[in-house]
Design a protein around this ligand. Structure first.
Ligand code: GLU
Length: 543
């Protein structure tokens, strides 16, 4: 068969680059020895989840700890899944978590290895598909969906491997007449690889993450160009990662089963195989059980106000198990100083534990200054807060005073009450009258509550220091039937309504709406006399 003629008939484009031109247009990168070129290659579905951030962080670290390049390629060959604005959203989400690309789609100055959208690289794929047809390594297949379904049905019934291979590859050896007749009839076709592999042959393969694994040769005549002339993931992957000069392909382990196909494609295309690292999927620990992939969008973490540095720090602990120890020894050092290593990544089942993330988050946030915390919370409020939140945050000095108290600034041991922005903003709501709607839960009868609150309100002086404030609280408590001293109470509990901390709880409930709070005297000082007294009397009336 005249394969050149067939190739021109199947791929008639007369403006395709020559293979040499492609090699020249995308020369090997000049980087220092050991530098890794990695990429994130999402489909533009607009949905980016924690697992993507985890992978992106591994890619980014692998590139940037070796003086390499990390780029963004958009795998938009599946038009149906495309969502407008998805690329910007990926970039924005990752940037929020401190992950930046060196080059790629929508990054400044489309660089020499672009375009980074696969749809814009159609000519390159078609040039190589044409070459494979000319060399007899690819052929047209006119099988319909129904015919393929039937093949699959038979294979399933016979318990054979499903797919288009061997005797099931019904268009593999068709005659010239049959092929041209189908073309004349205008039948749609795909282009398939004419596999040279043998499933009985196994090779040892070194995965950068999983270590030594066994791969079986591919014998599937996989589709390389779909009927609309657009390449499949397999074909585009081989061509792009070759011409973008990727040295290390880090991708999810769900691709491991396609590795034999990729090995064969690189071989027939005459390209050197990059290294591969297949990451294990992130499993979420959920009420003690493990669930595959949190599937939670990164936007969820942003909207909930997770502190980006904490999320990254936590993901680093999952990526490299020695990170935690390093971080403990190198307090104050940025995570980028850690000697990240792909080979130390977990081989199976990375566990994502929300409680652990929350702990890391409290820890990291507790290291901020009140001003730094104001900046973080205010950023969240601007994007996700309510109008009331935005109005509250206009009073920067007031909020910083609150935060200094909430965080225990200046104290030996910092408080770790703030876990993330949303929760932190809600935590300080009670400092604002318009957000203060307490549901009092007093543990004493109405008269006792009213006595305590009235006694204390009558003696309250905003100029009192902490000890004068406390002395007045004790006096008010004694007058309301509580023990002013713990020792008295212990000696004869039945003689009192409660001890002084029970009495203080009444005041605390009135002022903050909760039985627990940081230092009450300071809270009243921040609220000011008028607001504090108004709250004491509002609680009295409520009883
Ligand atoms: N577009 C593929 C995906 O979104 C990329 C896989 C890869 O990194 O090669 O899963």
């Amino acid at each position: 068969m005249d394969l050149k003629k067939l190739a021109s008939r199947l791929i008639p484009d007369d403006d395709l680059p020559s293979l040499e031109e492609c090699e020249k247009a995308y020369p090997p990168r000049v980087l220092k020895e050991g530098a890794e070129v990695t990429r994130l290659a999402p489909s533009p579905t607009g949905f980016i989840h924690l697992g993507n951030l985890y992978s992106a962080l591994a890619d980014e670290r692998a590139a940037h700890t070796t003086g390499g390049i990390f780029y963004l390629r958009i795998e938009d060959t599946d038009e149906k899944r495309k969502v407008d604005g998805a690329v910007e959203s990926v970039i924005r989400s990752l940037r929020y978590f401190g992950i930046n690309f060196d080059e790629g789609a929508e990054i400044d100055g489309e660089n020499a290895y672009g375009p980074y959208y696969q749809r814009r690289r159609a000519k390159i794929y078609r040039a190589f598909a044409k070459d494979l047809i000319e060399r007899g390594l690819a052929y047209p297949c006119f099988s319909t969906e129904e015919e393929l379904d039937e093949i699959r049905r038979v294979q399933t019934e016979k318990k054979e491997i499903t797919g288009y291979y061997g005797k099931y590859a019904v268009w593999r050896d068709r005659s010239e007449e049959e092929i041209y007749a189908a073309l004349e009839a205008g039948k749609p076709f795909v282009v398939r690889l004419r596999s040279q592999g043998d499933v009985n042959v196994k090779h040892t393969f070194r995965d950068a993450i999983k270590g030594s694994i066994t791969v079986t040769e591919n014998d599937q005549d996989v589709v390389i160009l779909k009927s609309d002339g657009i390449p499949t993931y397999h074909f585009a992957h081989a061509i792009d990662d070759h011409f973008m000069r990727t040295t290390l392909v880090i991708r999810g382990e769900e691709w491991l089963s396609s590795l034999p196909i990729h090995i064969e494609l690189f071989k027939v295309l005459g390209f050197a195989l990059p290294r591969y690292g297949h990451t294990c999927s992130l499993m979420k620990v959920d009420g003690g059980t493990k669930r595959k992939d949190p599937e939670l969008s990164l936007d969820f973490y942003r909207a909930a106000g997770y502190y980006p540095a904490a999320v990254i720090k936590y993901l680093m602990t999952i990526l490299n198990s020695n990170f935690e120890e390093w971080a403990a020894k190198n307090q104050g050092e940025d995570y980028t100083a850690f000697p990240f290593s792909v080979s130390k990544m977990g081989k199976s089942g990375a566990l994502f534990d929300l409680d652990k993330l929350n702990d890391v988050s409290r820890d990291e946030l507790s290291k901020l200054s009140p001003e730094g915390m104001y900046g973080f919370l205010n950023g969240w409020v601007a994007e996700f807060g309510t109008d009331a939140d935005r109005a509250h945050f206009k009073d920067r000095d007031y909020i910083i005073k609150i935060l200094a108290l909430i965080m225990g600034a200046g104290q030996k041991k910092r408080r770790k009450d703030i876990e993330r922005a949303e929760q932190g903003v809600r935590l300080i709501d009670y400092f604002f009258d318009d957000a203060f709607s307490p549901e009092y839960s007093f543990r004493f009868d109405g008269k006792t509550v009213n006595d305590m609150l009235k006694n204390f309100a009558d003696s309250y002086d905003e100029n009192d220091d902490n000890s004068a404030w406390f002395a007045k609280l004790k006096a008010a408590a004694a007058a309301a039937g509580f023990a002013a001293e713990n020792a008295e109470y212990k000696a004869d509990p039945s003689a009192f309504k409660g001890n002084v901390s029970d009495a203080a709880e009444i005041v605390r409930m009135a002022v903050t709406g909760s039985p627990n709070s940081p230092d009450l005297c300071t809270i009243m000082g921040i609220l000011g006399r008028e607001r504090s007294l108004a709250r004491l009397s509002a609680a009295m009336r409520a009883e």
